[in-house]
Write a protein that binds this ligand. Structure first.
Ligand code: PXL
Length: 291
């Protein structure tokens, strides 16, 4: 059976992120992506101008029409929101479609590299905290994890090369786990471990009683949509029963290959990663159809 996931995220024409990252990844991994656009943008908001059509008023139509279809979902995956008032609409959607085996993935898109995005307001921060409290799996980057836990990013990152940096971040995320979230995956942590001659990127995977790290070299700048691609691989893997760690490792292998090419070609960060040629890395062993 093909697993089915509702992907609640924006559609940006340029800058490979959100739905244009999620749909190809879910498809190549054998999962049906059912998109619910939170906004339609000419391009992602990192460029110096963009036009955004907010879809807040459209979300309830999806809930109502899909109820009539009587569909079931294996996953619900939320990302960039068009406005803070979308949270209560998304929670109503979850109430209608979240069965006991439906996994809720929340990528609490609010900022990166210590800065919040244009869309951010303190109310969005409050609403995002409400939404993540319902999730099975969340994938904040370090900036977003600081917003969710009311932590000072500048102070935290001043400890970046201390040997206990990752433990410190783990402790910071504990309240999220105590809140009922099963898995917290914190991405984009830069840390130089003792004995290493350069810093690396770390992803920290925290469960109730577990803590794993997946690291990768830093190849160059940070690109639009990297977090969206990672969460999409994790979502498609975990709805099919893979562990969080295995899914993050698969995502990192895929992203590394795309990053190496993107850096070599000097692509501007807002344009996003050249990930398309590497989608085959995400293919699972294909079962031949039974006759
Ligand atoms: O990748 C995060 C993201 C998603 N959607 C839009 C964005 C961004 C980051 O800038 O602008 C529209």
């Amino acid at each position: 059976m093909v697993k089915r996931v509702a992907v609640i995220n924006d559609l940006s024409g340029l800058g490979k992120c959100s739905l244009t990252a999620a749909i190809p990844v879910l498809s190549v991994m054998g999962v049906q992506a059912c998109p619910i656009p939170t906004a339609v943008l000419t391009n992602q908001t990192g460029y110096d101008s963009y036009y955004c059509d907010d879809y807040t008023d459209k979300i309830d139509y999806f809930t109502e029409e899909w109820k009539k279809r009587g569909i079931t979902l294996d996953g619900i995956y939320t990302g960039y929101l068009g406005s803070e008032t979308q949270v209560h609409k998304i929670l109503s959607f979850c109430e209608a479609f979240r069965g006991k085996d439906t996994l809720l993935f929340v990528d609490p898109v609010m900022g990166d590299l210590g800065k919040v995005y244009d869309i951010y307001t303190p109310e969005l921060g409050r609403q995002m905290r409400r939404l993540v409290a319902h999730a099975d799996v969340i994938t904040p980057n370090l900036t977003e994890c600081c917003v969710l836990t009311d932590t000072d990013y500048t102070k935290l990152t001043s400890y970046q090369n201390r040997s206990d940096y990752l433990e410190r971040i783990g402790l910071m995320a504990q309240p999220l786990l105590q809140n009922g979230i099963r898995t917290v995956i914190i991405t984009g942590i830069i840390h130089q471990a003792a004995g290493d001659d350069a810093p690396k990127y770390y992803n920290l995977i925290l469960g109730g009683n577990s803590r794993q790290t997946v690291s990768s070299p830093i190849y160059g700048g940070s690109y639009s949509g990297t977090g969206d691609l990672l969460t999409s691989v994790v979502c498609a893997g975990m709805v099919q029963g893979d562990s969080a760690e295995c899914s993050v490792r698969r995502a990192v292998r895929f992203l590394e290959a795309a990053l190496i090419e993107t850096v070599a070609e000097g692509i501007p960060r807002n344009d996003g990663l050249n990930f398309e040629p590497y989608l085959p890395l995400l293919l699972k062993e294909t079962k031949t159809s039974r006759r």
